[in-house]
Design a protein around this ligand. Structure first.
Ligand SMILES: C[S@@+](CC[C@H](N)C(=O)[O-])C[C@H]1O[C@@H](n2cnc3c(N)ncnc32)[C@H](O)[C@@H]1O
Length: 260
């Protein structure tokens, strides 16, 4: 996949909706992500964090406001430009880089934390991108990976159509091209619908020593909004590998934390 200098209709549409949302709207998700990272790595003034696929930059700007040293990599010049302006308005300093995660040279062992939220489904050669991320982390560094989950009944990529992720690639591509125009194949299409098994194995092969899934991460006794069924489900996932496997197959996203 290449960097497209020309304006893409998919990016303009994304900015028209997501770009209008104030930073404060993201505060809760930001706190949640930071709490998750800090379970695996202490966060402080010297922490170097890379976000791959920065979108509208809400996460990076909020991180920088909290004193982290932030680098952002994105394939879209328009998004880099948008986030640069957003950072200036918020009086924070971000190191923004234009490029494709498949091939952009990153310093080896330079980062404590890499966050890749809703991005790897768009990376054509995702294994190459993942290897690049792994090499850029220090030993003990943490990757937060969140992406599509193929057999989820609803996909965030196209929520209008139940079982969208179950469709073969060429049908998904045809559908999105027909409804959204040819630019979607340049940026926006989900080339990949993942499964927990595929990503977990790739992370292990790429050199991560520990990989945690959602059943490991969510403590049924310490949920923010506990309901009897959520607690019961999580307890069952922790007790039974079969229940866990079934639940992860249909979970809304593939959410993993990997430690190098
Ligand atoms: C759906 S947005 C997610 C943005 C942000 N992480 C969030 O959660 O709000 C996907 C982002 O990944 C970027 N992207 C897609 N493919 C990429 C690639 N191969 N290399 C770097 N960035 C990429 C897109 O330009 C876009 O900013």
């Amino acid at each position: 996949m290449q960097v497209h200098q020309a304006s893409l209709s998919t990016v303009l549409r994304y900015l028209e909706t997501e770009g209008q949302r104030p930073l404060e709207v993201h505060e809760r998700d930001f706190r949640k992500l930071l709490r998750l990272v800090s379970r695996f790595h202490p966060l402080g003034a010297g922490t170097r964090l890379l976000e791959v696929g920065i979108g509208t930059g809400w996460f990076l700007v909020l991180c920088a406001r909290n004193g982290l040293e932030c680098v952002g990599l994105d394939i879209s010049p328009e998004l880099i430009d948008f986030v640069g302006k957003r950072a200036a308005q918020s009086s924070v300093r971000l190191d923004l880089r234009l490029g494709n995660i498949e091939e952009t040279a990153l310093d080896r062992g330079a980062f404590d934390v890499v966050v890749a939220e809703s991005v790897f489904e768009h990376v054509e050669d995702w294994r190459r991108g993942l290897a690049n991320v792994a090499a850029s982390l220090r030993p003990g560094g943490v990757l937060i990976f969140c992406s599509t989950n193929r057999f989820s009944p609803w996909s965030g990529e196209f929520p209008q159509l139940p079982l969208y992720g179950w469709l073969p690639n060429r049908i998904r591509y045809w559908l999105r091209r027909t409804l959204e125009g040819p630019d979607v194949m340049r940026l926006g299409i989900d080339f990949h619908q993942f499964t927990y098994g595929t990503v977990r194995q790739a992370l292990q092969e790429t050199g991560f020593s520990r990989v945690y899934d959602i059943a490991d991460l969510l403590d049924p006794e310490r949920l923010n909004q506990p309901t009897w069924w959520k607690v019961a489900l999580l307890r069952a996932m922790r007790r039974s590998p079969i229940v866990k496997r079934i639940m992860l197959t249909f979970w809304p996203a593939t959410e993993l934390v990997a430690v190098k």
